[in-house]
Design a binder for this molecule. Structure first.
Ligand SMILES: [Zn+2]
Ligand SMILES: [Zn+2]
Length: 359
């Protein structure tokens, strides 16, 4: 009997190990090299479950995000933090960071996502803030200034979600108060609202005007899914977060200091300083003894660009090295990246010193 029990334990253990390995094997590789003092995390800060108008349970949503390669997420139900503790429990057991968050906003107008409030925080008004006292139904709904002040007072920060309502006084006021610290330049769910303030950028529907606002008003850029249904396979919107520690506090600090980039539809959008630091950490240009240039990409981003001197087009798949012939002896090498954007009109240009490759 004893032997039998032992072998059962062993079998269960084996099954558990192989399940964990299957789970790990399915996760797309998404690690970045360190960028100076920072670790780069893949985040999604806007999604729903059956606790508001989404279709998955909290557990399914967290496990799904994990299987798609996210390191940090916030589940952002409409007007409630109800399932935060469950999400945190499940997420942390998978090695993820879970931020408390919820979605709210001005009645029939702007939606804002709130991050970083204590889990016990109860919004006075779920989603129907008034812009003016006259519109507050005799005080039944909260004024947006009061709600934003409350959120700031307990340590929360807001970002403007799917900003198709334009730049109106609540957003302007929130930015000036330092309560609104970010904006979505991509909201994947917003694709269903095509035409409602979304613009086409190449072949992608997004908010290029929000990129301009982010630069003008110093806001963190977000590329979020706002996923309600199960995620579709393939490319996901990702907010890259540059953290000094892989913790809630670390992620909040990075957002507060605007160390984020928006990675979606094969592009990365962000401030030149951060984007250029990322590329310098991820790409190395080497000269082989036979004169070829070898360019290595240590990031999960497929990088596309040209060498302006020769007009040579290059494409660097994730975690691969490509060899180029006939580039001459130029050193440094300048690369203009066609899928890395420092504004809706400008691409990042990087200058690399050529190191000699050891064959
Ligand atoms: Zn919304
Ligand atoms: Zn939403």
């Amino acid at each position: 009997m004893r032997v039998h029990r032992l072998s059962t334990v062993f079998l269960v253990l084996l099954l558990a190990i192989s399940a964990a390995q299957t789970l790990a094997a399915d996760i797309p590789r998404h690690d970045f090299p360190r960028v100076g003092a920072y670790e780069v995390l893949c985040g999604d800060f806007h999604m729903h479950t059956i606790n508001s108008d989404g279709r998955l349970t909290t557990r399914e949503r967290v496990e799904e995000a994990h299987s798609f390669g996210y390191d940090v997420i916030a589940i952002t139900e409409h007007g409630t933090l109800r399932n935060y503790r469950t999400a945190k429990y499940i997420g942390e057991s998978l090695g993820m960071v879970i931020l408390p968050g919820f979605e709210t906003g001005v009645h029939n107008n702007e939606h804002y996502v709130v991050l970083g409030v204590p889990p016990s925080y109860k919004p006075r008004d779920s989603h129907h803030w008034a812009k003016k006292w006259a519109k507050s139904k005799g005080g039944k709904t909260a004024l947006y200034q009061d709600e934003m002040r409350d959120i700031a007072a307990v340590g929360g920060i807001l970002f403007y979600a799917h900003p198709h309502r334009g730049f109106r006084s609540p957003t302007d006021w929130g930015i000036k108060q330092g309560v609104i610290g970010g904006i979505e330049v991509q909201n994947r769910y917003g694709h269903i609202d095509r035409g409602k303030g979304l613009e086409k950028f190449g072949d992608t529907w997004c908010y290029p005007f929000a990129f301009d606002w982010a630069l003008k008003y110093n806001l963190a850029l977000f590329a979020n899914s706002d996923v309600h249904d199960p995620r579709k396979k393939g490319d996901q919107p990702i907010t890259l977060v540059f953290v000094t520690s892989r913790t809630q506090g670390g992620v909040m600090e990075a957002i507060r200091t605007r160390r984020t980039l928006a990675w979606f539809n094969g592009m990365v959008w962000g401030r030149e300083e951060l984007l250029s630091a990322l590329v310098e950490a991820a790409v190395t240009v080497k000269r082989a003894t036979d004169g070829r240039l070898r360019i290595e990409n240590r990031s999960p981003i497929r990088l596309k660009g040209t060498l302006p001197v020769t007009g040579t087009a290059i494409e660097l798949p994730p975690y691969e090295e490509v060899a180029l012939y006939g580039i001459g002896n130029s050193d440094p090498v300048v690369i203009k990246w066609e899928n890395l954007w420092t504004s809706p009109k400008t691409n990042l240009e990087s200058t690399f010193l050529v190191v000699s490759a050891h064959p």
